[in-house]
Design a protein around this ligand. Structure first.
Ligand SMILES: CC(C)(COP(=O)(O)OP(=O)(O)OC[C@H]1O[C@@H](n2cnc3c(N)ncnc32)[C@H](O)[C@@H]1OP(=O)(O)O)[C@@H](O)C(=O)NCCC(=O)NCCS
Length: 153
């Protein structure tokens, strides 16, 4: 793990929160809630992830982030979430730095293209870590496909 500065009392753990914890982190931090099937795929389908817990309670994640990527050159930062009572203590910054460090040390040799969609609460954090608005060079676009997929049964 990289040399990431965490406030005292917290530990940084490589990997992903359990499905229930992932769902709670998203809901409690104000991100769009997802169902258990979506959460299961999310926590098993990323390129890299890490989370923060209190040292005294290491099985209960209070913050997380992950990277969806191909390991070659294309990486998307996703699920940056810190429980409200643990925000503004540097946890989001520590997680983002750990994610970026992982790309620096484990991506294929060459330039890495790292993108994210920044909700308002995260914008300053991303800017401080070197992200720049892509417009007008490029315009981020998205679409939500309503009610896709099957229950998997
Ligand atoms: C966005 C988010 C992940 C940031 O996490 P965080 O842990 O609060 O972020 P940090 O503490 O590292 O930095 C946030 C601010 O706290 C400040 N800060 C850091 N340590 C601090 C401390 N000990 N005391 C006071 N402020 C502190 C930082 O300087 C920063 O200030 P600024 O934004 O005014 O420049 C978190 O607020 C969150 O989960 N928000 C809701 C979900 C969300 O919108 N996620 C982003 C999706 S794109």
């Amino acid at each position: 793990m990289s040399t990431v500065n965490l406030p005292s009392g917290y530990i940084l753990i490589e990997g992903y929160p359990a499905v229930e914890d992932y769902m709670h982190l998203r809901r409690a931090s104000g991100l769009t809630p997802v169902n258990a099937q979506q959460a299961g795929a999310a926590v098993s389908g990323a390129w890299y992830g890490c989370y923060v817990a209190e040292a005294a309670l290491p099985t209960r994640p209070v913050a997380m982030g992950r990277i969806i990527g191909d390991g070659g050159w294309y990486f998307i930062i996703a699920d940056m979430a810190v429980l409200p009572e643990h925000q503004r203590r540097g946890l989001g910054d520590a997680i983002l730095k750990a994610l970026m460090e992982r790309i620096r040390t484990h991506a294929a040799k060459g330039d890495a293209y790292v993108t994210l969609f920044a909700d308002i609460p995260g914008r300053r954090l991303y800017e401080k870590n070197g992200f720049k608005e892509a417009m007008p060079r490029e315009m981020g676009m998205d679409i939500v496909l309503k009610d896709v997929g099957t229950s998997g049964e």
